[in-house]
Design a protein around this ligand. Structure first.
Ligand code: C2E
Ligand code: CA
Ligand code: CA
Ligand code: CA
Length: 389
């Protein structure tokens, strides 16, 4: 029995884009060395091109030997790299196919390992997967969604909805967050949680992101002056050198003052490299506000607060959901509120669904809230009605 591993290095591309090919090559060599360090005499490793590697682990007695190797590879690759004066963090997604079950020749094994890799990337948190039958079908579905999404950007089946964010104390709307909705002709409503990752993988997110930005700015011009619009920006959009330029273009085209636009970014942006930080400062110079989204779900959250002076922290829904429970959620929220207040940031609680949660958040000193208790995301027409009457 043997295992074929298809390994894709993550984070690497942005490093390459940002810091030039020299550092890219240097980093790749480092990755290759660490990979080699995990292999036995009888295993074989190869670079497939780009930032992709293959490992044939042979012989193996069972799949837990492969899981062990995967763990080893992950811990080797996740050690930060000191590379030409930069400290860089990388990760790897790994797809695995086993012979003879998943294929008898190397070609087929690697193809199936690649499909498993695709699956690993698709489910977000998991960084490796074994091949399963049916994965080729799902890959096909994904590819067709990608094609249809490309179409949807131009044919009007995409729409931005807006969810109001209100001041906890007086319930007044301070901003509205633009959230994408896709009305698929056959499948009905498709959640952004499903299609945003596809758009990110295919690079389509840049077009999509620009589309939302334009739509949101154009809509917000109709709102009262004190109401801002918040737009989500994917980490992938930070890889393009022109993000600040694109934002400036959306503001100019709509006539919306920069101070009424807020961009929501996640910590994933900050773990990449210094170029992303530069982009954030450029955006700040334009006069737009920057919010840290989904706070608490990522890596080493608190340290990121030192890297950039955010205007706002959005506390992830998972903490709000448990806030009245016996766990540590309410002390975590309290700590975040305190830290934010000490650095002149406001806090928004996400996913507030009950009056009890609202009351607790008020006592804890949270500034704003967003959630079904006040309103779900609603259409542009409904928002106007809400704001203008
Ligand atoms: P997010 O940025 O964390 O957006 C908040 C999500 O929570 C939205 O889901 C919203 O509808 C949902 N939500 C709001 N209040 C409540 C509540 O009280 N209870 C519960 N259970 N859920 C609530 P939605 O619209 O499905 O969006 C999911 C995610 O997709 C967003 O999470 C965001 O990460 C992404 N997304 C949506 N639109 C865009 C976009 O234009 N660009 C990018 N890059 N990502 C987007
Ligand atoms: Ca990669
Ligand atoms: Ca958001
Ligand atoms: Ca969020």
């Amino acid at each position: 029995q043997l295992a074929a591993l298809y390994i894709d290095i993550d984070e690497f591309k942005s490093v390459n884009d940002a810091l030039g090919h020299a550092i890219g090559d240097e980093l790749l060599k480092g990755v290759a060395d660490r990979l080699r360090g995990c292999l036995r005499e009888t295993d074989v490793g190869a670079r497939l091109g780009g930032d992709e590697f293959a490992v044939i682990q042979m012989p193996i007695k069972n799949r837990s030997e492969t899981t062990r190797l995967v763990d080893e590879i992950h811990s080797a690759i996740r050690q930060p790299f000191e590379c030409m004066g930069h400290l860089i963090t990388t990760d790897a997604s790994i797809g695995i196919a086993l012979a003879p079950g998943d294929g008898v020749d190397l070609d087929q094994l690697l193809r199936n390992a690649d499909l498993a890799l695709y699956g690993a990337k698709g489910d977000g948190r998991r960084t490796y997967r074994f091949f399963e039958t049916g994965m080729d079908q799902r890959a096909k579905t994904r590819r067709s969604l990608e094609l249809e999404l490309r179409q949807a950007i131009s044919d009007g089946s995409l729409e931005t909805y807006y969810q109001p964010v209100v001041n906890i104390e007086d319930g007044k709307i301070s901003s509205c967050e633009a959230l994408l909705r896709w009305r698929h002709p056959e499948r009905g409503m498709i959640s952004p949680a499903e299609f945003i990752p596809i758009a990110e993988d295919s690079g389509l997110i840049n077009e999509l992101g620009q589309w939302v930005l334009n739509a949101a700015c154009a809509e917000a011009v109709n709102w009262p002056d004190h109401v801002r619009v918040a737009v989500n920006v994917s980490p992938v959009q930070f890889r393009s050198q022109s993000l600040a330029l694109n934002v400036a273009a959306a503001l100019a085209a709509s006539g919306l003052p920069a101070s009424r636009l807020e961009l929501e970014i996640t910590e994933a942006v900050l773990i990449r490299d210094d170029a992303a930080l530069d982009a954030l400062h450029q955006l700040r110079k334009l006069g737009v506000r920057i919010a840290l989204d989904d706070f608490g779900t990522g890596y080493s959250s608190l340290s990121y607060l030192q890297r950039f002076p955010f205007d706002k922290i959005k506390i992830d829904r998972s903490f709000i959901r448990d806030i009245a429970g016996p766990g540590a959620s309410s002390s975590i929220v309290q700590a975040v509120v305190n830290i934010a207040a000490a650095s002149d940031m406001t806090t928004t609680a996400e996913g507030v669904e009950t009056a009890q949660q609202r009351n607790l958040l008020y006592i804890l000193g949270c500034t704003e809230m967003q959630g079904y208790l006040f309103s779900p995301a609603i259409s542009a027409v409904e928002v106007r009605r809400l704001l203008l009457t």
